[in-house]
Design a protein around this ligand. Structure first.
Ligand SMILES: O=C(O)[C@H](O)[C@@H](O)[C@H](O)[C@H](O)CO
Ligand SMILES: [Zn+2]
Length: 299
């Protein structure tokens, strides 16, 4: 049996840490602080964090084949040049919804950038409902809307055979599956794969491992859970020392470590003093399972 260890590697209080992505070339973890309006890069060798501040909530970051990054910023897909600290808009969505912002995003195995929107929160998980939608940014910079009526568009990933797309609309308390057509990027046949239990609270970000099992960060649940899409059952729970765990990815050497982001926004003084690491970045080792490298945006 491997022994699982959870360690806080970045003891800084992100307001809403999110979108962890391992960047092999830099041996670094990139992530965002959504309401802190910055994109961060933690170097696993130097343990230093660099960041780029932006002028709007930045909800996800992804690698780009041509180098650098793409981000979702406010209701825009944008390109980020790290060295220049410059952001250029690629395309604007939800133009008729000034109160919306993007939330979680991820690149599919063919290099398309998927990301969804939501209304801005009044406080955590409290917002005008059904305002969000799920979008894809194609490598030619065209955009497709898959569906709307989303509450909080959140975690997403693809099965190892690329035939299934997994998706979370947080306030449905469900991890959903769709058939996925890798050739076209189309999704169909939505169904619920797993319904969260009460103490698991709100499903947030997620990632897949090399055994095809899904890891879901539970917001206000202080844990990541491992789900088997074949049976719809939870097969493992790993607890963290903070409640507001927001997302997870594999990284490190051979993708054998898991990185978990967290949030502190919306916590009162009392709970913050009980969880001073809220908003930190955590590393989990000893899981005995690996992840897969992130895909890069092909446009
Ligand atoms: O991390 C995110 O994806 C959202 O932007 C957060 O705001 C939380 O998920 C939400 O508050 C929980 O429902
Ligand atoms: Zn999220």
């Amino acid at each position: 049996m491997s022994s699982i260890k959870v360690e806080c590697v970045v003891n800084e209080n992100c307001k809403i840490g999110e979108s962890p992505v391992w960047e092999e070339k830099e041996s670094s973890l990139i992530y965002v602080d959504i309401s802190g309006k910055k994109i961060c890069r933690w170097n696993s060798f130097t343990k230093q964090v660099q960041s780029v501040s932006v002028d709007a909530p930045v909800s996800s970051v992804a690698l780009r084949k041509s180098g650098d990054y793409v981000v979702t910023l406010g209701t825009r897909f944008a390109a980020l040049k790290w060295k220049d600290q410059s952001v250029t808009t690629i395309v604007h969505v939800d133009k008729d919804k000034p109160n919306n912002r993007f939330n979680d995003g991820k690149v599919d195995p063919a290099g398309r950038f998927f990301a969804g929107t939501m209304a801005e929160e009044i406080r955590p998980a409290v917002l005008e409902r059904h305002q969000g939608a799920l979008y894809t940014l194609f490598p030619d910079h065209s955009v497709v809307k898959h569906f709307d009526q989303v509450d909080i568009s959140n975690g997403l990933d693809w099965s190892l055979d690329h035939k299934t797309f997994f998706y979370i609309d947080s306030l449905s308390f469900s991890v959903d599956a769709f058939d996925y057509d890798l050739q076209t990027g189309k999704i169909s046949n939505r169904r619920s794969m797993y319904k969260l239990e009460k103490e698991e609270s709100i499903p947030d970000g997620m990632c897949i491992d090399t055994e095809g099992k899904l890891w879901v960060a539970c917001y206000d649940g202080g844990r990541v859970i491992r789900l088997d899409p074949a049976t719809g059952k939870r097969i493992q729970t790993v607890k963290l020392p903070v409640d507001k765990t927001t997302s997870c990815c594999f990284g490190g050497k051979d993708y054998s470590e898991m990185y978990v982001t967290s949030a502190c926004q919306g916590m009162d003084d009392e709970s913050f003093s009980r969880q001073p690491q809220a908003g930190g970045i955590f590393k989990i080792t000893g899981l005995g399972v690996k992840g897969i490298p992130p895909h890069s945006f092909a446009g």
